[in-house]
Design a protein around this ligand. Structure first.
Ligand code: ADP
Ligand code: DP6
Ligand code: CO
Length: 330
């Protein structure tokens, strides 16, 4: 058994959102979702299993994490230990090349990377789709980060078939401009935010119905490489998700004034004939889906309101991969 592995996973941004669980133990979603994996934002995670360790240890960005955070990791690793029938404890070292808990999907790259590393370190040899069902149990959005390009998380019927399906490599002039309005950790986690919405928002059932139609339509737009349709469905779906939060009790909103500034700038660009569309997650940051070839033009327009270091252009990213010793050293 190799016992040690280091894996890189990229974040993904949902174009059709996951916002609500039908089963909280197994992380089964209320609806299928679809995302774009991003090249620029990622997590590198190393896992070592060792017979001499008496407990799990978890380091994030070089800092030892609290007992609460370490417990989350232990619970997740238990799934792999159960599969391998081993009681070995682990040391986990992770580096986020993405702000943590800021609505830029750190939980997606985090648990996809950890799943990939645990799979290799224990020599489990799980295939990518099966691995996505494991990643799902750490964070729902991590299901989709196992693969690159456009990825669907099929809601499935049970834990075994609620998994990721690669849809398209997104290699047809697709890009994203991220407006990092605020990179601080959010006050209400995605997990708590979606739970409150499911339990209290009267708009929630309508959201689920709409999302079920949106996923069919967006897959047709991708198959036809119809960028405008892809963008329109994306923007409308994201807004509908945020609408459910306004209906929650107490109401929930992740938006900040600068989020609106970014949205209005994108709308103005569209009026000038540049196809670009916004989507937002559980955080104030705005993601602009665009033609990769027009990303610099869009960035220039946004830079009238935002400093250059808040604007990130990214291409579609790849699925998870193991890092070599040399890559780890950098
Ligand atoms: P985000 O918008 O960043 O996905 P979430 O609220 O969904 O925000 O998830 C943030 C949580 O994910 C963190 O509080 C932490 O528990 C977990 N997380 C983030 N990065 C890592 C990492 N590299 N390794 C393990 N867990 C992580
Ligand atoms: C708004 O996957 O972070 O980004 O499953 O509870 O860990 P947990 O939540 P998480 O939720 C993501 C919500 C979203 C939409 C999406 O990524 O689909
Ligand atoms: Co998350």
């Amino acid at each position: 058994m190799p016992n040690k592995a280091c894996v890189r996973a990229h974040t993904n941004i949902a174009l059709i959102k996951y916002w609500g669980k039908r089963d909280e133990t197994y992380f089964l979603p209320m609806n299928s979702s679809l995302s774009l994996t991003l090249d620029k934002l990622y997590t590198d995670t190393m896992v070592v299993f060792d017979g001499t360790f008496t407990e799990d240890a978890f380091y994030l960005n070089g800092e030892k994490q609290s007992e609460k955070e370490t417990k989350k990791i232990s619970k997740f690793l238990d799934l792999f230990r159960e599969e391998k029938k081993t009681g070995l404890r682990a040391r986990v070292e992770s580096i986020n090349h993405v702000p943590t808990a800021a609505g830029l999907a750190s939980s997606a790259s985090a648990f996809a990377a950890l799943a990939g590393a645990a799979n290799l370190a224990l020599g489990l040899d799980l295939d990518p789709q099966r691995l996505s069902t494991f990643a799902r149990r750490g964070s729902g959005s991590a299901t989709r980060s196992i693969f690159g390009g456009f990825v669907e998380w099929d809601m499935g019927t049970c834990s075994d078939d609620s998994l990721a399906v690669p849809v398209d490599d997104a290699g047809w002039d697709i890009g994203m401009v991220i407006v990092a309005v605020n990179q601080k950790a959010k006050e209400v986690s995605s997990r708590i935010g979606m739970k409150r919405t499911v339990e209290t928002s009267p708009f929630y059932p309508a959201w689920v119905e709409a999302a079920k139609k949106d996923i069919v339509d967006i897959k047709a737009a991708i198959a036809a490489k119809d960028f405008v349709r892809l963008g329109e469905i994306t923007e409308a779906n994201g807004m509908k998700m945020h609408g459910t939060m306004l209906g929650a009790e107490p109401p929930l909103s992740y938006w900040e004034p600068d989020s609106i500034v970014a949205i209005k700038t994108v709308q103005a660009l569209r009026k000038q004939g540049i196809p670009c569309y916004v989507t937002m997650d559980a955080g104030p940051n705005v993601k602009v889906l665009c033609r990769l070839s027009q990303a610099e033009t869009i960035k220039a327009a946004l830079s009238e309101h935002f400093a250059a270091d808040k604007l990130i252009i990214t291409e579609p990213g790849q699925g998870i991969r193991e890092l070599t010793e040399e890559e780890r050293a950098v």
